[in-house]
Design a protein around this ligand. Structure first.
Ligand code: NDP
Length: 245
C-alpha cells in the first residue's frame, strides 16, 4: 500500500502536460483522481488510459474562470468518492508578450485563469476541508513566480500572486490543512502554444528544448501528498539541470 492509496485528488488542467502526468502518476499510485479542464475529449482519453491501468477516475468539463465549475469538480469528488483529500490547482496559460504590445485580452485571460482559477479552487475546497478537518491544496506557480524578465511581466505577476495567496492560505489554514506551492522550471507541455507572437514563440520553443518531462513535476506532487498528515511541504522548485535561472 502506498502513502497515496485511496486519497481523493482533484486536478485542474488535467487534459495535457503537468496535469495529465499528475493524473496518471497519482492514479497509478492508488489515488482516486477527479480531472477537470475544458477539453472533454482529452480528459476522456486520459481517463481511458487510467482505467486501462486499473485506476479510479472521474472527469468533468470545467472552465476555472467560472466559480461554479470548481464547485462542480469538488462536488463530483464528494459524490463519487465520498470526500476530497487534495485539490491540485494546475490550470494555467502563458501568452508571453512585451507590455508595449498591449495584449490586454491576454493579460485579462492570465489573471482570470492563473489567479482567479486558483482562488475559485480555494473557495470551493476550503469549506469542505474545514468540515472534514483535513485537506491539501497544491497550487502550481512557476520559477516565473520567483523572478521577472522581459515579456514575462503579467505571467510572472500571476505566478507571484499564486505564491502570495498560497502562503497567506497556509498561515490561516491551521493544523489540519496543508498548502504546497509547486514551482516548475521548463517542463514539456503545451504551455508555449498560448504565445501569440510568432517570433517570441519561436524563441521560447528554442529555449524550451531543455525541458524535462511533466512526470518530474508529478513526482514532486506525489512526494508532497505522501507525507504524514502533520508534515506540510510548503514549496518545491523543480528545474532542468540545464536551466540556469
Ligand atoms: P499545458 O498547456 O499542457 O496545460 C495547461 C492546462 O490548463 C490544460 O490542461 C488546459 O486544459 C488547462 N486550462 C487552461 N485554461 C483553462 C481554463 N480556463 N479552465 C480549465 N482548464 C484550463 O501546460 P502545463 O502542463 O505546462 O501547465 C500546467 C501549469 O504549470 C500551468 O499553471 C503553468 O503555468 C505551470 N507551469 C508550467 C511550466 C512549463 O514549463 N510547462 C513552467 C512553470 C509553470 P484545456 O485547454 O483543456 O482547458
Amino acid at each position: 500500500m502506498s502513502d497515496l492509496d485511496g486519497k481523493v485528488v482533484a486536478i485542474t488542467g488535467a487534459s495535457s502536460g503537468i496535469g495529465e502526468a499528475a493524473a496518471k502518476l497519482l492514479a497509478a499510485s492508488g489515488a482516486k483522481v477527479v480531472l477537470g479542464a475544458r477539453r472533454a475529449d482529452r480528459l476522456e482519453a486520459v481517463a481511458a488510459d487510467i482505467r486501462k491501468a486499473k485506476g479510479e477516475v472521474e472527469v468533468q468539463a470545467i472552465d476555472v474562470t467560472r466559480r461554479e465549475d470548481l464547485e462542480r469538480l469538488v462536488s463530483l469528488a464528494q459524490e463519487r468518492f465520498g470526500r476530497l483529500d487534495v485539490l491540485i490547482s494546475n490550470a494555467g496559460l502563458m501568452p508571453l508578450s512585451p507590455l508595449d504590445d498591449l495584449k490586454v485580452e491576454e493579460w485579462d485571460r492570465m489573471i482570470d485563469v492563473n489567479i482567479k482559477g486558483v482562488l475559485y479552487g480555494i473557495a470551493a475546497a476550503l469549506p469542505v476541508f474545514r468540515k472534514q478537518q483535513s485537506g491539501h491544496f497544491i497550487n502550481v506557480s512557476s520559477v516565473a513566480g520567483h523572478r521577472v524578465g522581459p515579456n514575462t511581466a503579467v505571467y510572472s505577476a500571476t505566478k507571484f500572486a499564486v505564491r502570495a495567496l498560497s502562503e497567506g492560505l497556509r498561515q490561516e489554514a491551521g493544523d489540519k490543512i496543508r498548502v504546497t506551492i509547486i514551482s516548475p522550471g521548463a517542463v514539456e507541455s503545451e504551455l508555449a502554444e498560448t504565445i501569440s507572437d510568432p517570433a517570441l514563440k519561436k524563441r521560447m520553443d528554442d529555449y524550451r528544448k531543455i525541458a524535462i518531462p511533466a512526470e518530474a513535476i508529478a513526482r514532486a506532487m506525489a512526494f508532497a501528498i505522501g507525507q504524514p498528515a502533520n508534515v506540510d511541504i510548503n514549496e518545491i522548485l523543480v528545474r532542468p539541470t540545464s536551466q540556469p535561472t
